[in-house]
Design a protein around this ligand. Sequence first.
Ligand code: C2E
Ligand code: CA
Ligand code: CA
Ligand code: CA
Length: 279
Amino acid sequence: SKRAGKDRINFFKPSMLEHIIRETKLEQGLKTAIVNQEISLVFQPQYFVGSGGLRGFETLIRWQSPQHGYVSPITFIPIAEKSGMIVTIGEWVLRTACTAFKKLQKSCEFSGKLAVNVSAVQMMERSFIPRFRKVLEETEFSPRNLEIEITETSLVHSIEQVRFIVNELQKIGITVALDDFGTGFSSLSYLQKLPFDLVKIDKSFIDNINRDLKSNQFVTTIITMVHQMNIPVLAEGVETESQKKFLLEKNCDMIQGYLYGKPMPIDEIKALLDLKEEH
Ligand code: C2E
Ligand code: CA
Ligand code: CA
Ligand code: CA
């Protein structure tokens, strides 16, 4: 009948099939991406709002694929999570970032933070903590200079499990940041249940500063509330002077975004630090 035909068309949406095929191809490509040196890291600077001093850098992964061109981590991280490849990729990110920054610390005497994003799938893997420690030992990177960023959406796991991991990391001396704050359902309740060292306000809220009154109020409320819990706040995705001015007035502690610096390869970071030392 006409109706069954219509249903069938809905079910076999060509776009859906294309999506599955693309994901499968990306998954295949991802398997050899590390050995083929298609994966690299860039680092985005973070600054203190008040003093303007450099606080550290966030590590961001890049994939330049010969078949697919540039693939955003927003696309391939979920694929890596589904297939379990995130465990290998995540460890590679940590090892590569720590190795690069250890070298940097020696040549430039840089003592700020190195922030690394960790996926929930990676964090909940059985041997996460011992493997993590091993990388720190092998790279001789000081845990005091390391920060782990976990996103709210990763906290769908049992809160006790997450708390255990967070505590273990903090015992080693690593700080733990709550990323993309405000985008999940239970932001506030997580903040009360887990001992975060930093809260990163999601870019979507920063985007709307001075565009609509509600966003201004929301950002102000977040900063005030998080400060009441004695936790510092970082605003991410800051692009304009007017956003920066607002954040300064509201006593936001740290800032990260294109206004201050885009994610850069390690050579550019080194040049930036060398330049700083000369002045
Ligand atoms: P995120 O952790 O929230 O990272 C911030 C994203 O915003 C980055 O996108 C960064 O390049 C971008 N960004 C920073 N400042 C600005 C700005 O002023 N304007 C605009 N328009 N964008 C800005 P990117 O590098 O594409 O990463 C996207 C997401 O992929 C990250 O979001 C993070 O969730 C994930 N990701 C990146 N690297 C890793 C990694 O090594 N491991 C894991 N598990 N996830 C990663
Ligand atoms: Ca992040
Ligand atoms: Ca974020
Ligand atoms: Ca994000």
